[in-house]
Ligand binder design. Structure first.
Ligand SMILES: [Zn+2]
Length: 168
């Protein structure tokens, strides 16, 4: 995974800290019966604005992805100027819905753990577990604003909570 190595090198100390927190949240989500995804939003000064995990299983809400849940917490509390300087840390590469939500939030920097292609190895061949084969970068490239995206990062750590999590 040469990409992972490359992007790991671009991570700052706080980036690694918050991505690891998002990964820890992904493991927590799994323990509570959800798909293993977590997200942390931090502002330009490294202050955490929100953190959340996937709640699909608990809530029955198919939109309850970690990134969307974190945005729903951060949005009402912080202005768009704050979010414009913020970073979304996601344990897994944001899906098309979450990439769209990140676009609408004004957040323009994303750091993610396991990439969508690697995730598909865990999702297996079960139809309802298949995702839309569009990377978050393709969504962001369609934006009139410039995004900075780092990922996959800490791939092995980010993949660990997915081991055996997609068999049902
Ligand atoms: Zn999503």
């Amino acid at each position: 995974m040469s990409n992972a190595t490359h992007d790991d090198e671009t991570l700052g100390e706080l980036d690694a800290l918050y991505l690891r927190r998002a990964i820890a949240l992904s493991a927590e989500a799994r323990r509570r019966g959800n798909r293993p995804f977590g997200a942390v939003i931090a502002d330009a000064h490294g202050r955490v604005l929100a953190e959340a995990s996937n709640r699909n299983g608990e809530s029955g809400d198919c939109t309850a992805h970690a990134e969307v849940n974190a945005l729903r917490l951060a949005g009402p509390l912080h202005g768009r100027e704050v979010l414009a300087g913020a970073t979304m840390y996601a344990s897994g590469e944001p899906c098309v819905m979450c990439a769209g939500a990140i676009f609408w939030s004004g957040i323009r920097r994303v750091v993610f753990g396991i990439d969508a292609v690697s995730l598909r190895r865990f999702r297996g061949a079960v139809g309802r577990q298949q995702d839309l084969e569009l990377s978050c970068r393709q969504v962001f490239e369609a934006s009139p604003q410039r995004f900075v995206v780092h990922g996959p990062c800490l791939l092995e750590e980010a993949a660990a909570p997915h081991e055996g999590a997609w068999e049902t």
